[in-house]
Ligand binder design. Structure first.
Ligand code: FRU
Length: 467
């Protein structure tokens, strides 16, 4: 039996209670990070969406702030203040958000009243784009509950650029480009990129254009995962030359802010993987990923890794020596718990697989192996994560890990029900597990079908980031 709420994270950001989905309007302003997010103050379900708000000076400890945006019963956002971004308009923080649901989901503006970014005044002329351009063949609202979705706005050489997520009947998910001199009057340029419905998803949400100098990356959420396209943006068009998946698990609606040269800090929503009744009982739903650093490698792949600031949470530390792990001798480090950071570097050699198991009960009845196999595949096997066989009992996988020299480093963060993992500080997979037992907190290392060369193992207990 579980005491308290063992599934609630202690160092991944979540509001004190109720529903959260997408990160919104993230901005570093006056040395403080402001994280806004899709929030329902009425309960742990999606509805009546407001913008919640939290601030941090160090990317690790977050302070809960009052709600920043509330739907107006007679406004274009009456059905919800849906996702968007923050821009600085002559230095003044301004939200570009979506008047959500029901209607056309058109863009609205709000301005910060003071530097706390606690209070916002909506633009009287909302929405600032009223008509969905018919000539584009945008999916109908009835079918997809969407016409326009989500806004990414930035300024370059005196021009505002505006990307909007949508889907085209003739094609698939799409990002539509507008430009403006003023933020209030927008001119349609056209689709910046249109995907293939089957390959790239039917509808793109939360588009973002990231600038890595020579190359640009369009990051979108495709109704299933966060994916990216690498190409060159010339102000009106984007030539797509490579693509990939940002995270192979429950990670969605990612949003990023520039972070030093050719790098971004990025967050995504890690949704629940249990049914609505369980979320209702818990009183909360949705977790933010750790802040991640994004960079672009020379081979046009996006590199995803946790930001080093998170090391501030490291407490009790155990490290294991270099060793050969054989199938007969599993290793059970003493350090265990539900708030852990684990880093393991190994070489598979002739073995079939290496397993790092988390959430393991002493009798092994509940356990979640993170298994790297000789097919170069990484699987989070949730078939025995929970004796209650919650909906999360399926497996999740990264089909192919990039290794330069046969060495694999798994960097795994366990936080209540969250398992957020990074492979070779490059690929990522965010998973959720819901063990039913108090003692499902163990860790083990196993070799399958042959010896595995373990180079190093470090395990830290992580301090809570919230009191
Ligand atoms: C993505 C999304 C957005 C929308 C918001 C509504 O998860 O569906 O497209 O703006 O969430 O909460």
């Amino acid at each position: 039996e579980l005491d308290g709420d063992a599934h609630r994270p202690t160092y991944h950001f979540a509001p004190p209670a109720n529903w959260m989905n997408d990160p919104n309007g993230i901005v570093e302003y006056d040395g403080t990070y402001h994280l806004f997010y899709q929030y329902n103050p009425a309960g742990p379900y999606h509805g009546s969406i407001h913008w919640g708000h939290a601030t941090s000076d160090d990317l690790v400890y977050w302070e809960d702030r009052p709600v920043a945006l509330t739907p107006d019963l007679d406004g274009p956002d009456k059905d919800g203040c849906w996702s968007g971004c923050t821009v600085l308009d002559d230095g003044q923080p301004t939200f570009v958000y979506t008047g959500g649901s029901g209607g056309d989901q058109t863009p609205c503006l709000a301005r910060a009243i003071d530097d706390s970014l606690d209070e916002w005044e909506k633009h009287p002329g909302n929405p600032v784009i009223e008509d969905i351009p018919e000539e584009l063949g945008i999916l109908s609202n009835d079918q997809w509950n969407a016409e326009f979705r989500d806004h990414d706005v930035w300024r370059e050489d005196g021009t505002w650029y505006h990307l909007i997520g949508t889907g085209l009947e003739d094609g698939g998910g799409a990002a539509i480009l507008y430009t403006s001199d003023t933020l209030t009057e927008w001119e349609l340029v056209g689709p910046l990129l249109v995907g293939d419905r089957h390959e790239d998803g039917p509808l793109w949400e939360c588009p973002e254009l990231l600038d890595f100098g020579e190359s640009q990356v369009l990051q979108v959420s495709n109704y299933d995962k966060v994916v990216y396209f690498v190409g060159t943006f010339d102000g009106t068009s984007f030539d797509r030359r490579a693509d990939g998946t940002v995270d192979h698990g429950n990670y969605y609606a990612a949003q990023s802010v520039p972070h030093g040269e050719d790098q971004y800090l990025s967050w995504g929503w890690i949704r629940e993987d249990r049914d609505g009744a369980a979320q209702w009982d818990a009183g909360w739903s949705g977790v933010m990923s750790l802040p991640r650093v994004l960079s672009l490698d020379e081979d046009d792949t996006l590199r995803v890794r946790p930001t080093p600031e998170v090391e501030a949470l490291r407490g009790h530390h155990q490290s294991l020596p270099k060793q050969t792990l054989s199938p007969e001798d599993s290793v059970f480090p003493e350090t265990s718990g539900s708030a852990l950071e684990i880093q393991v570097t190994f070489e598979l050699g002739d073995a079939e697989a290496f397993e790092l198991v988390v959430g393991e009960s002493p009798d092994g009845a509940e356990r979640t192996p993170v298994r790297y196999s000789c097919e170069n595949e990484l699987v989070v096997d949730r078939s025995a994560s929970s004796e209650s066989k919650a909906p999360s009992s399926n497996s999740q996988r990264i089909p192919s890990i990039s290794t330069d020299d046969g060495l694999v480093t798994l960097h795994v963060f366990v936080d209540g029900s969250v398992v957020e993992l990074f492979a070779n500080e490059r690929e990522s997979l965010s998973s959720r597990i819901y063990p039913t037992r108090e003692d499902s907190t163990g860790v083990s290392l196993n070799a399958v079908g042959g010896d595995v060369a373990i180079h190093n193992v470090d395990i830290w207990e992580l301090d809570p980031a919230f009191s």
